[in-house]
Design a binder for this molecule. Structure first.
Ligand code: ZN
Length: 65
């Protein structure tokens, strides 16, 4: 996906199947707003998932067994 670092704008393969059109949309958003577009191989914005922190906490807590 491509996403904006300055606002919630993003485009994903599910939104726009054509990579060329996604690239064009990203450029158009940058030109229109001056915002910075980043891209990721992931289909989701690269934030830290809650699941990972939960698993980390679980690993740190001694087992009660
Ligand atoms: Zn933006």
């Amino acid at each position: 996906m491509k996403y904006c670092l300055d606002c919630n704008w993003s485009t994903t393969p599910s939104d726009e199947p054509s990579q060329r059109d996604r690239s064009r949309a990203a450029i158009e958003h940058h030109v229109a707003t001056g915002h910075t577009i980043d891209s990721s191989a992931s289909i989701a914005r690269p934030t830290t998932p809650d699941v990972d922190s939960n698993l980390l906490v679980r690993d740190l807590v001694p087992s009660s067994d």
